[in-house]
Design a protein around this ligand. Structure first.
Ligand SMILES: O=C(O)CCC(=O)C(=O)O
Length: 273
């Protein structure tokens, strides 16, 4: 049995991407799937998620912060985010949806992912803040090349009024575009495209039911809108990929050196990465 067949056999029945799905992902850079989290796991997943934000898990080591504020006041984040929630609730990585995400990535890459982690972004009810257009790779280590994807999972139904994902198909085939810290404020962790550097006119919105997912390539341009709903927009995002490759010359990502975030200060004080 060759390596691809072995991976497929190991995950048999857990991910059912068709050959058309695989082709669409590689051509367009994204997919939308109506179901990833088993319905009977959703209430427990939501309870764990809410508890992590309520107890400010990871704040001291810089893993919980305000994605779009100056992050000084832990009581009033505009859009709270948690990196590595599975570090603070290890049961997340034991749940069936996590295995289903791993199987989906194994099918996409034709190989077992070398890593799988997560982060969580909770947009409060009535939040006017979009997550601006960006590419995930703009946040990552400039010294490495990636083969990675993000699986974005809403824990309640989402549409254009409540902050669903939007993508620019095929934008993953181009370069990393210029980014800056949102609002051009280096105290803000969140990034945005720096100026009108991309054609966003053909962007596609991806409404989803609770527990569905989108899957996007690490270089694809994406955005979520404000949350005009009366309930928080909870999203859990799993990120996995093949072993990153060290580059001879790092990419030029000047916004990374410009960052002056309170999150990074807390991480440094805690001796965390
Ligand atoms: O949930 C959001 O608002 C943004 C998520 C995002 O940018 C991502 O998953 O890469």
């Amino acid at each position: 049995m060759d390596a691809t067949a072995a991976v497929q056999a190991q995950h048999a029945g857990m991910s059912d991407l068709t050959i058309q799905d695989l082709a669409r992902y590689h051509v367009d850079g994204f997919l939308a799937r109506p179901a990833l989290v088993p319905a009977d796991e959703l209430p427990r997943l939501t309870a764990i998620y809410d508890d992590l934000f309520a107890r400010r898990a990871g704040r001291e080591r810089g893993d919980q912060f305000d994605l779009f504020g100056d992050d000084r006041d832990p009581q009033r984040p505009q859009v709270p985010q948690i990196l590595n929630p599975e570090r603070y609730a290890p049961e997340l990585a034991q749940m069936r949806f996590w295995a289903a995400a791993r199987a989906l990535l194994a099918q996409l890459f034709g190989r077992e992912p070398a890593y799988l982690g997560s982060h969580a972004i909770c947009k409060p009810a009535g939040s006017p803040l979009p997550t601006p257009w960006h590419q995930d790779e703009a946040y990552w280590d400039a010294g490495k090349d990636y083969c990675a994807a993000s699986i974005w999972i809403p824990l309640q139904p989402v549409d254009e009024a409540s902050g669903c994902m939007h993508f620019v198909a095929r934008s993953h085939l181009g370069d990393i575009l210029p980014h800056r810290h949102a609002g051009n404020d280096p105290r803000v962790h969140g990034l945005e495209l720096d100026g009108a550097v991309a054609d966003l006119a053909g962007a596609v919105a991806c409404p989803l039911p609770a527990g569905g997912c989108t899957v996007h390539h690490h270089r694809l341009l994406h955005y979520t809108g404000a949350n005009r709903a009366a309930v928080p927009r909870r999203a859990l995002i799993l990120v996995g990929g093949l072993e990153p490759l060290a580059r001879l010359r790092p990419k030029d990502l000047p916004w990374a050196a410009a960052a002056r975030t309170a999150r990074a200060e807390r991480a440094a004080r805690a001796g965390a990465a």
